[in-house]
Design a protein around this ligand. Structure first.
Ligand code: ADP
Length: 498
């Protein structure tokens, strides 16, 4: 039995997860503690209490320690990951001033517009490598300044969700470059806070935490936190990462070549970047990676797994996803000329269009339900292909795709993805997401194994691979061209007044 362990903690939206890995990178134990419901006092608002994240973390840590039987002294390092973009505000005594405005809070469109006017859209892209979005931290902070001056007057520390846990664990104020990238206050190219954005928006730079590379030690568990968690006083806590960057570490996307494709409710294509290349139109996010000195780029299909989930609920209640995949496989490739636009919640990449709408195009009386499902899966894969093409144009040639998420459970979906992307699609043995990546970052920072890439090489094992079927390459290349012609043809329909 291994004598050295590393703890990964991920502050998700629904709950906080803690897991232990051993020195082979094998998962040893894990526990999840649920959060309170998201507070949605008004339309577009979404808030959570940071104290509740900490309570959930204490519960998850306690359960992992108890269930694994691992002694606290056997834990050599802790890595943190978490939901990005959330605004946590502390006063001079380290008290939480108000509930955190989390990533999906959308109240700040007016603030985004004002930031664009004050700082200038081109200058913002230059300073932060990304456009400002309502989800990001800065417009939330400006909202509080405008609407809650009493709260704003007390502000002394701005923290991201996982960094609030770090404060509770170590007493220090720190963040890491990947999570800081989603604040709209971070100079992604130079890996430091953006003086331009801080000055233009008239913020106090002293509020912002020290920023570290993800495997760097940022502090150690305090005596107080040791008492509250059962962890050992002095255990090092590394920088960790935002949930996407951490999850990519868990998938081994830590060098040029493979990209990851996560088929969850939304679909994310994630690629490693050696340089901070960004899309001047902001259709993909370019952020610092959790690998020191590297960046990453991310494209998003909003309605990936969501498309199938919607279909099952509305059109096939009672059917299992496996039933639906079997049915889809019975239709011919190309679904007899039927196309699905997965824009059920608008589309992020490549259209950046919240008003885009979904639908099937090309229906005839010949089509059966099997064709509808097959077209739906193919359409989601075409949208992922759009993401892949953009990501590849910034990050360089993509050799293979590592797939994860609910959709990846289906061999049919994996094969269709390989055919549409024209790349081998690889699945991994451990699919533990961000908490696992955070634990690997702790291993890289405190284990003496070398850097993040060396730890990933030791820990991550592939489980299977499907290759594109050459006989279908032409059909799917043609299908993708036709799919791509549909959005421009419908744009006026989505935007009647423009
Ligand atoms: P989330 O993004 O919410 O964490 P998951 O990664 O679990 O979710 O993905 C959920 C989606 O995965 C579902 O909406 C569904 O479309 C898809 N899915 C889940 N199981 C299967 C399956 N066996 N076959 C095909 N698709 C599946």
């Amino acid at each position: 039995m291994s004598s050295r362990y590393w703890l990964g903690i991920d502050v998700g939206t629904g709950g906080t997860r803690a897991l232990l890995v051993d020195e082979d990178g094998k998962l040893h134990a894990q526990a999840m503690a649920a959060h309170e419901e998201i507070r949605m006092e008004r339309p577009l608002w979404a808030e959570q209490r940071p104290e509740n994240w900490w309570a959930a973390a204490r519960e998850a840590i306690g359960r992992v320690l108890a269930e694994s039987g691992v002694r606290a002294a056997g834990i050599f390092g802790i890595g943190l990951s978490g939901q990005m973009h959330g605004l946590t505000m502390l006063d001079g005594a380290g008290e939480v001033i108000r509930p955190a405005l989390i990533w999906c809070d959308q109240r700040s469109q007016a603030e985004v517009d004002r930031i664009n006017r004050i700082a200038g859209e081109a200058a913002i892209l230059e300073a932060t490598a990304n456009p400002v979005l309502t989800g990001f931290t800065l417009p939330k902070l400006i909202w509080v300044r405008d609407h809650e001056p009493a709260s704003y007057a007390r502000l002394r520390h701005v923290l991201l969700p996982k960094d609030y846990l770090r404060y509770q664990l170590t007493g220090g104020f720190a963040s890491d470059v990947s999570d800081a990238s989603g604040t709209a206050m971070f100079d992604v190219a130079r890996r430091k806070w953006s003086q331009t954005m801080v000055a233009k928006m008239d913020l106090d730079p002293a509020w912002l935490p020290a920023v570290h590379e993800s495997p760097e030690i940022t502090g150690v568990v305090s005596r107080k936190a040791a008492g509250e968690t059962g962890l050992a006083e002095g255990t090092p806590v590394v920088g960790g990462g935002g949930d996407q960057a951490s999850s990519a570490v868990g998938n081994g996307i830590v060098a040029p070549g493979p990209v990851s494709c996560t088929l969850g409710t939304s679909g994310v294509v994630f690629s490693y970047l050696e340089k901070p290349n960004y899309d001047p139109r902001g259709r993909v996010h370019t952020f610092c990676h959790a690998v020191p000195g590297a960046w990453h780029v991310m494209g998003v299909t909003q309605g990936a797994g969501l498309s199938l989930q919607w279909f099952r609920t509305q059109m096939a209640p009672g059917a299992s996803y496996n039933d639906l995949m079997r049915e889809a496989a019975s239709a011919p490739p190309g679904a007899q000329g039927l196309y699905w636009l997965p824009y059920l919640m608008g589309e992020r990449t490549p259209h950046l269009d919240a008003a885009a709408r979904g639908g099937w195009i090309g229906l005839t009386a010949r089509h059966r339900r099997a064709d509808l499902i097959r077209a739906l899966i193919e359409g989601v894969c075409y949208s992922q292909r759009d993401c892949l093409d953009l990501v590849e144009s910034l990050g360089g040639a993509v050799a293979s795709v590592r797939v994860s998420g609910g959709g990846a459970r289906s061999p049919f979906w994996r094969q269709t993805l390989a055919n549409v992307l024209g790349r081998p699609v690889v699945s991994l043995e451990t699919e533990e997401g961000s908490a696992y990546g955070a634990a690997l970052l702790a291993m890289a920072g405190t284990g003496g194994f070398g850097g993040v890439a060396e730890v990933c090489a030791l820990a991550i094992r592939t489980a299977g691979q499907v290759d594109p079927q050459p006989e279908l390459a032409g059909l799917y290349a043609d299908g993708h061209r036709k799919y791509q012609s549909l959005y421009p043809a419908l744009r006026d329909f989505f935007h009647p007044s423009s």
